[in-house]
Design a protein around this ligand. Sequence first.
Ligand code: URA
Length: 204
Amino acid sequence: PAAKQPAAAEAQSIDALRQKASQCRRCPLWSEATQTVFGEGPDDAELMFVGEQPGDQEDLQGRPFVGPAGKIFDAVLGEAGIDRTAVYVTNAVKHFKFEPRGKRRIHSKPNAGEVEACRWWLAQELKLVEPRLVVALGATAAQSLLDAPVAITRQRGQTIMRDDGLAVFLTIHPSYILRIRDPQDAGAERARFAEDIGIVRAMM
Ligand code: URA
């Protein structure tokens, strides 16, 4: 008898997965976005960071965390002594969702259905990379990773163990810092974010 077909033909590498994701039609977000912004980093990274979704710059450049939030992310990682090229960086949702406002494109939050549709890709990334620790940057990432609503302001700094043994560290999204108007408050929040990333570094 013929060998049983696997239930789903899953990719064997991140590059193969990225290739497949470039054609993703699991939700309607692909139609307005420039391209799929897939995760990047070594297939065997011990540490994974998960953001919300690509922003304007990420959508244009095709890489995660390269815009204003990415600048903060890079700086704070550097201060903590984490080499970005050694970690895997991705997003809960892999297409930019926005509303046009004149010439600008304003970020709009992905809904539960979009997060759910894209969770399939995140699960594949986790399966291939098998990180020792995953950092959820903000509520959308936490919701996708834990399949439950998370109050980030109350739970930040905590590590949650999933049923499958995956450790998920919770912190804020760096774009939250960019939205704080008062420079002193923004500075304090950036310092707290850096403290969280310092804890992550100490856990590795
Ligand atoms: N915000 C995110 O959540 N991800 C990115 O890649 C950029 C900004």
